[in-house]
Design a protein around this ligand. Structure first.
Ligand code: SF4
Ligand code: SF4
Length: 355
């Protein structure tokens, strides 16, 4: 039976909640390489609650240090509005400082892995995620216009660098298929543990809604389906109605039935919680958002011949072998390129821009 902890917390005393989490879920961290993946959707202030709060990240980083992790990497690949601005996004959100020197731009190195041929035969996943001994996902308690909520399963969407996220949005084409994509990305590397920042959550038309909600909780579990079922219930939504949870259950990733989950703490729906429409209409019918997604899928890297030294670093790091040197300047094969932007992140001369 999966277990979910619901524990009271403020951003000032969140260390106590994190201590309780690891008392209840003992984990062998000593000697391990740990990756911490907050939700870093886009550059925003901590008060906007669009990203995991820095106080939560800092408390988990300090816990991992105290538990003797060999190495700690804090990283994410930001979404649509912050492609190619990994460090800047971490800095603006306050997560850079909270990472205490453990931040890494995980968008600068990725590996090609097989995906679902219905959408894209291969995708490129941050190597830091694939190589970690332990992956701890740190989602934010938020609504989402396409998947209703963005919690443990959806947080893994950020293991894909660059515009692959937009490409998969487009390849899915419908909310129903997008739910399948989200679960397929999650399965590429199922995180080992989940700690949800529900101190201040988001309602309304997330994932970047101005409607914030003081909830005052930290949630934790070693099972994503169970913790997302608890989030859905708190939002006043029957978890069984969420397609991505149905698909995750079918894939054997866990169970959303509350009878199969041991809840430690008080689980109750938040009164009058504002949900987005359950069918994904909030984003699907939003023409401006569709246009942004479409535009992002067209982005490709291009090298500035004045800055480029022809060093070949970008070519060596392209997981799709989509770059070649022509007259000492890298040229992209647009058909091969999956817009992961590893080349841009790796260029020592900052000679690559997105076009
Ligand atoms: S890494 Fe930068 S400088 Fe080196 S070849 Fe590529 S674009 Fe040019
Ligand atoms: S050329 Fe395309 S696939 Fe290759 S590293 Fe750059 S963005 Fe990624």
């Amino acid at each position: 039976m999966s277990k979910v902890l619901i524990h009271p917390a403020t951003y000032d005393n969140v260390h106590e909640a994190i201590d309780r989490v690891f008392e209840l879920f003992p984990m062998r961290v000593k000697g391990k390489e740990v990756l911490l993946k907050p939700n870093v959707l886009r550059a925003s202030s901590a008060q906007e609650s669009i990203v995991t709060h820095p106080a939560v990240l800092r408390a988990v980083v300090e816990k991992m240090e105290a538990m003797g992790a060999t190495s700690i990497v804090v990283g994410d690949n930001p979404g649509l509005f912050s492609y190619g601005a990994n460090e800047e996004t971490f800095t603006k959100t306050g997560l850079m400082q909270a990472a205490k020197g453990h931040y890494k731009n995980i968008g600068d190195d990725s590996r090609k892995v097989d995906f679902n041929t219905k959408f894209m035969p291969t995708v490129s996943v941050s190597s830091a995620v694939l190589d970690a001994d332990i992956v701890i996902s740190l989602p934010k308690f938020k609504t989402h216009g396409l998947t209703v909520l963005t919690g443990a399963i959806k947080n893994s969407y950020g293991i894909l660098p660059g515009a692959q996220k937009a490409m998969l949005h487009k390849a899915a084409g419908s909310p129903e298929r997008f739910h399948e994509v989200v679960v397929d990305v999650f399965r590429l590397r199922v995180p080992d543990f989940f700690i949800v920042d529900a101190v201040v959550g988001m309602e309304g038309n997330g994932p970047a809604s101005p409607d914030l909600r003081n909830i005052g909780l930290i949630l934790a579990s070693d099972n994503a389906v169970a913790i997302d079922a608890v989030i859905a219930t708190m939002m006043g939504c029957d978890p069984g109605r969420l397609r991505f949870l149905q698909k995750a259950k079918e894939a054997g990733l866990g169970d959303y039935d509350l009878n199969s989950i041991e809840v430690i703490g008080e689980l109750k729906p938040l009164p009058d919680f504002k949900l987005p429409p359950l069918g994904g209409e909030a984003i699907l019918r939003n023409e401006a958002m569709q246009s942004i997604i479409h535009d992002r899928t067209l982005l490709r890297p291009g090298a500035d011949p004045v800055k480029c030294t022809g060093c070949g670093t970008c070519i060596d790091h392209c997981p799709m072998s989509a770059l070649s040197l022509i007259e000492n300047i890298p040229q992209v094969d647009a058909a091969r390129c999956i817009a992961c932007f590893c080349c841009q992140e790796m260029c020592p001369e900052q000679a690559i821009a997105l076009r």
